[in-house]
Design a protein around this ligand. Structure first.
Ligand SMILES: Cc1ncc(COP(=O)(O)O)c(C=O)c1O
Length: 305
């Protein structure tokens, strides 16, 4: 085991499981547990940690000293990469969507990225659309020097290998649950869960709750099969959109459980689970695990009002 592997293992173990004692104020006959990936690491929390783990090892193995990645102004992924770079000794470059932001006061996410040592490079929305084009990547490397490129949201093969590890961890903690739920952005988290459920030939069904909108192409997965479903009903109008009802729901759950969520990903997933549970979607007695994917750096202060 090399030094980085040792550091990764020592800093970040498995995540715990929390059973929500009274998740629903009214009777609903399911067990709801949270897989506390939000607690995996104080800064590189949640699914970001899972997605970065094998990428960091690969970057180190290939002797890269710099990570370069992409994100919007509020990106949990940029934040996680900045934190991982600081923790594990990589330089980091964040290519940010929106060149108008270059001269604007930094929002809290970007300010923290810079404090953690990330160099921010702002590009136009047109250029940002080219972020996955190898020629554009090569031009960035010409400008910044050699760097290990991580895609937006951190989703790639190695990320999926990392998120797949949630399932064997869960089985060791609980046995195979009936359902495992997670929020969906770029789809790397849900893809790992589905891959692991298939590999283990489990009867567990994976439910992905889209946080971004109707059409989400999930890497390496057919649209639907008996192992999983993508639910697009609980997006609240699209990425980062909210409603007073969603915010009130999150506040109420936080007060009942003492656990914090946020309004972009985990709050929408939980809202969806609650609606489905009340509609009788889950057979009586089902064990439902919701992966708390963290992202709390993006939690709205309005949730404290
Ligand atoms: C907190 C949080 N949860 C869930 C997701 C969705 O993960 P994925 O992009 O792998 O679908 C993201 C980011 O994309 C996130 O930041």
């Amino acid at each position: 085991m090399n030094e980085l592997e040792r550091q990764l293992r020592d800093l970040v173990g498995q995540s715990s499981l929390t059973e929500l004692a009274e998740p629903f104020p009214e009777p609903v006959s399911i067990r709801l547990l949270l897989k506390r990936d939000d607690l995996l690491h104080p800064l590189v929390s949640g699914n970001k940690w899972r997605k970065l783990k094998y990428n960091l090892l690969d970057a180190r193995r290939q002797e890269y000293t710099t990570l370069l990645t992409f994100g919007g102004a509020y990106s949990n992924h940029l934040y996680a990469v900045a934190a991982a770079g600081q923790t594990f000794g990589f330089q980091t470059i964040g290519v940010v969507r929106g060149n108008e932001l270059a001269t604007a006061p930094r929002n809290p996410t970007l300010a923290r990225c810079e404090q953690m040592g990330m160099t921010l490079h702002f590009i136009s929305r047109d250029d940002y659309r080219r972020k996955d084009d190898p020629a554009y990547g090569a031009a960035l490397l010409d400008q910044f020097g050699p760097a290990y490129i991580l895609p937006e949201g951190g989703t790639n093969e190695l990320a999926i290998q990392g998120t797949a590890e949630i399932i064997p961890e869960l089985i060791a903690q609980l046995g195979a649950p009936d359902y495992v739920c997670c929020p969906v952005g770029t789809g790397g988290t849900v893809a790992g869960l589905v891959q692991a459920v298939k590999t283990g030939t489990l009867d567990t069904q994976v439910l992905g709750f889209s946080a971004v909108g109707a059409a989400t192409a999930i890497p390496g997965l057919p649209d639907f099969d008996r192992h999983w479903q993508l639910l697009t009903t609980y997006t609240f109008g699209g990425y980062a959109r909210t409603s007073p009802e969603l915010m009130a729901f999150i506040r109420a759950v936080e007060q009942r459980t003492g656990i914090l969520f946020e309004q972009v990903y985990t709050g929408k997933m939980l809202y969806g689970i609650y609606v489905l549970a009340r509609q009788g979607f889950f057979p009586s007695g089902s064990t439902v695990v919701a992966v708390h994917t963290g992202g709390l750096q993006g939690r709205s202060p309005l949730l404290d009002e």
